[in-house]
Design a protein around this ligand. Structure first.
Ligand code: SAH
Length: 463
């Protein structure tokens, strides 16, 4: 019987969704952080459950052929990256295999028409957004950095390899300002202190920069001096405060106070322009997002005559992208502020063939379907293409059943969790669709996450 504190030898065969390596000992799955597929390691058991356990890496006995040295000196401590020590080609292979095996195992698909995973040329510096927590170290110095994995202790690190180069300079200026004017950092344990986080956003296409300080108060002492110093950075476009006085893990509060410039920055995905405020949701990897949406567009096969639904549409990014080549797009999203952004983004791009609804996809679509039939003398609601891009838990079954009733020619499924994707595709498949194309896209290099785009087509049935 394996138990806590036992030292085990284990070969790492897989990586879990949180990025930890997985191997087997006596039929038990063991999770070992900081390991790479192919490593043979010695590890100490920290916790045992019925059929699996967690162990801490002690020694690498035989390094995997795919093990590389991490670029970042705090890669292991920091919760941001999980697989920096795995060669990028192997990360890609691992992600593609994960999608394939979920589709086979959970989706029960025998043949997967997988196209090669879409990776990045440079898998670092891809994030357009960073939120650095501000804190105080043991010696009383103010630091900026990242939370260590699973905890809220701050690892001092101003140069994140996933973020843009400007981050470091901006943080230096903020920390210098805080030190110069004796401004305190927020302390989660006591709820005291002023500066909680620094949010930085960068428009990859426009090169516009946004800095937002999240504070536990209503004003920042000598903010004019900080503004002056930040404005020397080329591209600075928006400097603001966000007020958050709650004792909460939620980073942003509701209220924004503009200190300088515009309340938003602008950026493009393809030809579509987006206005992004501190509170807006926006995809963090614009380079891969463009590839992801282009793929969704290609799978949708639009000619300009189609009616398209984009369910779980967020700020309408996919909807507006597809609206360029469709007759009419309908977007549905549960968060009202996101829909406000979607409508605004449609307007600034002069897009008039996209309409947005606030609500749950599994309520809005069935209601639309039911009322349409009533109001149109039994004629059924029709869509040529339905796109879904749900959160990790996947689509609600009520929604999938409505899609089956509507019988669109194509369903394009964009997924951030291949296990729920596989489950949902099986339902579509049993309802008269076939899996035609499938491709993984690496939106988050150095982490265990993978996005997938799938094209399901209706198998011809006599009408
Ligand atoms: N397609 C968008 C966002 C996808 S993220 C983009 O590419 O940017 C998933 C979105 O689904 C989130 O915006 C979330 O708020 C929304 N959401 C979650 N549950 C939902 C539901 N039941 N119905 C509709 N939208 C939902």
């Amino acid at each position: 019987m394996l138990q806590k504190n036992d030292v085990i030898q284990v070969t790492i065969e897989d990586i879990g969704s949180d990025g930890a390596g997985i191997g087997h000992v006596d039929g038990m799955a063991m999770f070992v952080k900081d390991t790479v597929i192919g490593d043979i390691v010695e590890a100490k058991i920290m916790k045992m459950k019925k059929s699996y356990g967690y162990a801490r890496l002690m020694r690498i006995l035989t390094p995997s052929p795919w093990r590389v040295e991490a670029k970042c000196p705090v890669a292991r401590q920091c919760g941001g990256c999980q697989i920096q020590e795995m060669a990028y080609e192997e990360q890609l292979r691992f992600k593609e295999n994960k999608v394939r095996s979920h589709l086979m195992r959970i989706g029960k698909f025998a043949e997967i028409p997988m196209e090669p995973i879409v990776g990045m040329e440079d898998p670092f510096h891809y994030r357009n957004k960073a939120q650095f927590p501000i804190g105080t170290d043991r010696d009383g110095n103010i630091i900026a950095g990242f939370y260590a994995g699973r905890t809220h202790s701050i690892i001092s690190n101003r140069r994140c390899y996933l973020g843009v180069d400007w981050n470091e300079q901006i943080l230096d200026k903020v920390l210098e300002h805080m030190k110069g004017h004796h401004i305190s950092a927020y302390d989660e344990a006591t709820g005291q202190g002023l500066v909680r986080h620094v949010l930085i956003r960068y428009g990859f296409t426009t090169k516009e920069i946004m800095v937002c300080l999240i504070i536990n108060g209503s004003t920042l002492p000598k903010s004019e001096a900080l503004v002056e110093s930040l404005c020397t950075i080329p591209g600075m476009t928006s400097i603001s405060l966000n007020i958050n006085r709650e004792r909460t893990n939620v980073i942003l509060g509701r209220e924004i106070k503009l200190l300088w410039g515009r309340t938003y920055i602008e950026d493009y995905i393809g030809d579509v322009k987006y206005q992004i405020s501190p509170l807006s949701f926006y995809q963090v990897n614009p380079v891969q997002t463009k590839k992801l949406y282009s793929l969704a567009m290609e799978y949708a096969g639009l000619t300009g005559a189609e009616t398209v639904w984009d369910l779980y549409c967020g700020i309408g990014t996919i909807s507006l992208f597809l609206a360029q080549k469709a007759k009419q797009v309908y977007g549905v999203e549960i968060v009202p502020e996101a829909i406000e952004d979607a409508r605004n983004n449609a307007a600034i791009n002069g897009i008039t063939n996209a309409e947005f609804f606030v609500g749950k996809a599994e309520e809005v679509l069935p209601e639309y379907y039911a009322t349409y039939e009533k109001e149109h003398a039994g004629e059924k609601a029709y869509a040529d293409v339905i796109v879904v891009d749900p959160p990790r838990k996947g689509c609600d079954e009520v929604l999938l059943n409505t899609i089956l009733k509507m019988q669109p020619k194509k369903v394009v499924y964009v997924s951030c969790d291949s296990a729920t994707l596989a489950r949902d595709l099986r339902i579509l498949c049993d309802g008269g669709y076939e899996l035609v194309r499938c491709r993984a896209v690496d939106q988050f290099p150095m982490t265990g996450h993978v996005e997938t785009v799938v094209l399901m087509s209706r198998v011809n049935t006599p009408d």
